[in-house]
Design a binder for this molecule. Structure first.
Ligand code: ZN
Length: 332
């Protein structure tokens, strides 16, 4: 069954705790419960990740990121507002110098098999097995077909995969995106055959990718780019999916719920001076995009919306990603 809704989980920030939009938490998050206490009603809905293997402390101490520890800490965070738990995604390597698709097939498949084992272990041992998403790090179409079919054979119906890691290197940026959509094309091929599978995309979900993800039947995604752009890079997102340094802006026009509360000069001043203002604007743009996507899904018009937005984004590699998914959908 194709996805009928699309939900984006942004990085959780305690300073924005009054915003009631969906957030992603790492399995070892300590601030979320401190901020909300026992007020489950006041919490945003959330997805609990298995932790970034490439970030500290896990890149140095992978032993802190075992399937047992991930599940135990995730379960401390589970409540009525929890939508999903991602199981241990096993990387081919903890280094990020070589993109995943350049490793030997046998090494790639060994990592995927370990990920599958971890997902099955979690299914046996979790208090809420219905919340689990089997986590994988996948780099090619063939690997994706292999592991999705195998996972489906053993009764798993919710998958999650990490993406976008090699986009930080300019020489791999385009290929990284194409590989992501190869994997999603494989997911669509398996979905055509098998019927009901949900897919969560972790990372690789910048504003200009969201329509493509929903078009590819991805049911949810998490990403840090809207938050990071505003905080670390001083950037604001534009309606056409670009990211611009706020200190380079000469004028500003934006109808988002944050900027429209003040006049355009005040909004510009805020965006230039305040990281929090930039993040608030960026999050609004992501939510506007998400609402437009859900409307298109309801009206069965996702292809039309995607094409319209891709014209605005004006990036050749995004059209190639679109073509891959369209081809796989036409095999139904
Ligand atoms: Zn705005």
């Amino acid at each position: 069954m194709p996805a009928t809704t699309f939900l984006f989980y942004r990085t959780f920030l305690p300073a924005l705790s009054e915003l009631d939009d969906a957030v992603v938490l790492s399995f070892d998050n300590k601030t979320f419960l401190r901020v909300y206490g026992t007020n489950v009603q006041g919490m945003p809905e959330h997805f609990i990740h298995s932790g970034n293997f490439f970030a500290l402390p896990y890149s140095k101490r992978p032993e802190l990121r075992t399937k047992e520890r991930i599940l135990a800490l995730q379960e401390r965070l589970v409540n009525a507002k929890t939508n999903g738990l991602m199981t241990l995604n096993v990387p081919v390597s903890y280094g990020l110098k070589t993109p995943i698709w350049q490793y030997d097939t046998k090494d790639r498949l060994r990592a995927l098999e370990e990920g599958l084992k971890a997902a099955l272990w979690a299914k046996e041992n979790a208090k809420h097995p219905d919340l689990l998403y089997a986590g994988f790090e996948i780099g090619t179409y063939d690997d994706a077909m292999y592991i999705f079919n195998k996972a489906s054979d053993v009764g798993l119906t919710r998958f999650a995969a990490g993406f976008g890691l090699f986009s930080r290197f300019i020489q791999f940026r385009n290929e990284d995106k194409l590989k992501q959509f190869e994997v999603l094309a494989a997911f669509n091929d398996v979905l055509n055959e098998r019927g009901t599978i949900e897919f969560h995309v972790s990372g690789g979900s910048a504003l200009n990718i969201l329509e493509l993800l929903a078009y590819a039947n991805v049911s949810s995604a998490d990403g840090s780019s809207a938050v990071l752009a505003g905080l670390a890079y001083g950037s604001v997102l534009t309606a056409s999916g670009r990211s611009i340094r706020a200190n380079k802006l000469k004028e500003w026009r934006c109808d988002c719920g944050f900027c429209s509360e003040m006049d355009k000069h005040a909004a510009l001043k805020q965006l230039k001076s305040s990281p929090e203002a930039r993040v608030r604007h960026n999050i609004r743009l992501v939510r506007l995009s998400e609402a437009r996507i859900n409307e298109a899904l309801r009206e069965n018009a996702m292809a039309e919306l995607t094409e319209r937005r891709l014209l605005e984004y004006n990036k050749k590699e995004l059209w190639l990603c679109y073509a891959m998914i369209r081809k796989s959908k036409s095999r139904t």
